[in-house]
Design a binder for this molecule. Structure first.
Ligand code: 5GP
Ligand code: ZN
Length: 113
């Protein structure tokens, strides 16, 4: 999608600190990190949200595979981490391109707000 923020990051039109990439997904550091490790994993193909995705098993599976790999590379697999997909207004989604938050490096409170 032409003017989607995360599609522009995929096309390298907007700078981002990319930490992993494969044919389906891209992982980059969140611009406003909420934990010592805060990385966003996105599908390269535009999809507005988890609710809109046509092949959730395939797309989320590819995102989970990358999140697992990045967590290990970032050194947080042993201490633990959280993966979050915010969906829609009540879910707190602010960017309309499906993304998975990977958060770690500190003790994360539960439940979230
Ligand atoms: P949401 O609230 O939609 O689940 O998460 C969107 C995330 O995107 C937020 O954590 C926000 O900090 C991050 N974000 C927004 N704009 C940019 C940007 O231009 N670059 C990067 N790297 N992250 C962004
Ligand atoms: Zn997009």
């Amino acid at each position: 999608m032409t003017d989607c923020l995360f599609c522009r990051i995929v096309r390298r039109e907007i700078p981002a600190t990319v930490v992993d990439e494969d044919a389906q997904c891209l992982a980059f550091r969140d611009i406003a990190p909420q934990a010592p490790v805060h990385i966003l994993v996105i599908p390269k193909a535009h999809t507005a949200s988890l609710d809109a995705v046509e092949d959730p098993a395939g797309v989320v599976g590819a995102m989970a595979r990358m999140a697992q790999r990045v967590a290990r590379a970032e050194g947080i697999a042993g201490t633990g981490y959280r993966t979050v997909i915010n969906t829609g207004a009540d879910g707190g989604q602010t960017v309309g391109h499906l993304h998975l938050h990977l958060l770690g490096g500190r003790d994360l409170a539960w439940p979230p707000g």
